[in-house]
Design a protein around this ligand. Sequence first.
Ligand SMILES: [Zn+2]
Length: 421
Amino acid sequence: MRLLCLFAAGVLVATSASVPQALGIPTATLKDAELGERFLLQVSYEQGSIGFNTSRSRVVTFERDGAVLHMLDASNTRGGDSAGILATIPIRTETHGTLGVDLNEGFDTIDREEDRTGEDYYGRIDRHDARSFRLFERKPVSISYHESTLVFDQEARTKDGQPIVVHYYLSSYHPRPDFRPFEMENLRRFGFYETYPQWRYGRWVLYAMKFDPHKPIVFALSSAIPERYRSAVRDGVLYWNQALGTSALRVIDAPPVVRAPSPDYNVIQWVTSGAFASTSYVQSDPLTGEILHAHVFILPETMADGDLQQQNDHLRYIAAHEVGHALGLRHNFAPGEASTVMSYFKLPQILQIGRNIRAGAPALPYDTAIVQHVYLGAPLDIDMLPPFCTDSQRGCVPFRSMKESDGIRGGASADAKGSEN
Ligand SMILES: [Zn+2]
């Protein structure tokens, strides 16, 4: 089912026509004539001890140098600078203008910069933070083709021997011409995750991360979510239709084999390991901020107290909060009456929010105002907008005592267990 990718036909294809490896993993191929074209590379990875994370998305091009391809950063975030080499990929075969390339050999380093970021912890100038880590004992797991996106899965080990699974999505880069980026001028009144800063119009520009509201925003419930909880998760997703005043958000059941991260679906995954908290990750177009993939993880232990109805009301709040992150929203920990699901609350207030969502009550005022402003271009009445503050801003702490929040690290620490990141 077509959900996410609207890229035109890519030139990278997985083909079994040339299979040099004994493993039987097909070779990724690239047409010689398309080397200078722009591609979008998105990377995520899973580590047993840390959980899931994303890496900064890049617009890239390829340049041939003898028997290798250099993958160059074409994001052009710092006007005028020459593009850096992100990877050197061996060419294994060459027939009729088509190059068979060894992605497993070439993709040997993970950029630690997460895809979503915020000016409060990254800044409004691109630092090209070069933090990365190497992948050892790399093995290709699969190469597959999802519409026009090439998906390469790789197993490896980190320097200290920890197993890691890395997911690469590579596609021709064709940003939607009708997508309207939303420029974030500051984080004083409301907060969205932001693109890394780009040098545009003689200044640094940051865009909000958001879905394209011109098409359905579809979340897929993992088959691992028990039947008795599914309608509550659905309610939590559809809360945002109340906020938007549209029916842009839709919920479907993911096919049984699909789990997060998925290149095809925005999966809401049931996390049973308990290794990390409920959390959300987005991967966006690094130039426009359009969210192209969302991966939501819900830890059911968080709402284990109470009877089934209370658990489900708790879950409605958790799902609404995590889908809020998946729509690009940052936390809002400003004190006062509940004006948003993007804060933390004590249990009675959580249950009240859940009951309201169950009853189909109007969305909370902060949520309504800012999603309509950022997604739909509705004017923002600053005088009526509830107060705002977010992670890492001075003096901004959640109502509920928290050891750690996901504003920066996505609940990747076990310390965050029990929180609704
Ligand atoms: Zn959160």
